[in-house]
Design a protein around this ligand. Structure first.
Ligand SMILES: [Zn+2]
Length: 281
C-alpha cells in the first residue's frame, strides 16, 4: 500500500511529506526517534485494514455514524485509500437516503443529483459525491468501470447516470476519457438540445461546446456507442423539425384565412353604411 504519511511508532505523531527516496529510515520530526519506514508502513497498513473491517461491520449494522468515524480515521492518515473513499460514499448516501431521496416519483428520482433545493441534508450528498470524485481521480480505468457497474446496480446511486453535473465531475476527475461516462452524459446533452429546439430557445454555448467535445472523444474511444446514440439523436431531431415545420405551415394557413375575413367584415360594414345613407338621404 502506498502511503504518503505515516504515524511515528514512538510518539504517534503523523510524519508527513514522505518522498519516494525515503525507503529505509527517517527521523521523526517531533520526537527525533528513528523510524523504520517499511516496518511502520506495514504496521500502518494493518491498522488501516483493521479500521476498514470495523467500518464495514458497523455499516452492515446500519451504525452509520460509527462507520463514518472509522472511515474518517483511515482517510486522515491516507486520503488515497480507495476502499475507504468508496465506503464513505456509500455510507453517506445510505445514511441520508430517507431525507434525500424521492424514489416514489420517477421524475424526482431522476433529477435527484441535480436538485438544487435547500434541503438541509444536501451537503451530505455533496460530500458523498466528493468522495466518489476523489476515488475516480486516483483509480485506473478498469477500477472506474467496476465502480460504475456497482453504481448502476445500487438503487440509491443509479440516479447518478441521469445527472449531467455529477457525470461532468467524474469525467473531469478521470485522467483518460472513460467511454461509460461519456456514453452516459451524451444522451443527456442531446436531450437538453432537443428540449431547447422543441421550445425554440437557443442552447447555451457552453452546452454546445460540451456536446461537440463529448462527441469527438466518444467517437475516438467507442465509435459504436457514438453511432447508436448519434443516430437516435438525429432521428429525434428530424421528428422535431417536422413538427415545427408543420406548426409553421399551420399558422401561415390560419393567417391567410383570417385576412379575407377582415376584408369581408369591412366590406359588410361599408355596405350597411351605404344602405343607411341611401335610406335616410
Ligand atoms: Zn515521533
Amino acid at each position: 500500500m502506498e502511503l504518503k504519511t505515516l504515524r511515528c511508532p514512538s510518539c504517534s505523531a503523523i510524519v508527513r511529506n514522505l518522498t519516494e527516496n525515503d525507503t529505509e529510515f527517517i527521523n521523526c520530526e517531533y520526537c527525533g526517534s528513528t523510524i523504520n519506514i517499511l516496518e511502520a508502513k506495514s504496521e500502518e497498513s494493518d491498522n488501516q485494514n483493521l479500521l476498514l473491517d470495523l467500518a464495514k461491520v458497523e455499516f452492515s449494522h446500519k451504525n452509520f455514524d460509527k462507520a463514518l468515524s472509522y472511515v474518517g480515521k483511515i482517510l486522515e492518515d491516507n486520503n488515497n485509500n480507495k476502499d475507504a473513499l468508496w465506503l464513505r460514499f456509500n455510507i453517506l448516501l445510505q445514511k441520508y437516503e430517507g431525507e434525500l431521496f424521492y424514489s416514489d416519483s420517477e421524475n424526482d428520482y431522476n433529477s435527484y443529483f441535480d436538485d438544487d433545493s435547500d434541503n438541509p441534508y444536501k451537503k451530505y450528498k455533496e460530500k458523498a459525491i466528493k468522495s466518489l470524485v476523489n476515488l475516480f481521480r486516483i483509480s485506473s480505468d478498469n477500477e472506474r468501470n467496476n465502480f460504475l457497474r456497482k453504481l448502476r446496480k445500487q438503487e440509491f446511486s443509479k440516479a447518478i447516470f441521469n445527472s449531467i453535473t455529477v457525470l461532468e465531475k467524474l469525467n473531469d476527475a478521470c485522467s483518460q476519457t472513460n467511454s461509460e461516462i461519456l456514453s452516459s452524459v451524451l444522451p443527456l446533452y442531446y436531450r437538453s438540445d432537443l428540449d431547447a429546439r422543441r421550445k425554440k430557445i437557443s442552447l447555451p454555448d457552453k452546452i454546445k461546446n460540451q456536446i461537440s467535445q463529448t462527441e469527438t472523444n466518444l467517437k475516438k474511444i467507442d465509435s459504436e456507442s457514438f453511432s447508436t446514440l448519434n443516430s437516435n439523436y438525429l432521428s429525434d431531431l428530424k421528428t422535431i423539425e417536422t413538427e415545427n415545420l408543420s406548426k409553421q405551415t399551420y399558422s401561415k394557413d390560419t393567417n391567410l384565412k383570417k385576412t379575407p375575413n377582415i376584408t369581408l367584415y369591412l366590406l359588410l360594414a361599408l355596405l350597411v353604411l351605404i344602405i343607411f345613407l341611401l335610406l335616410f338621404i
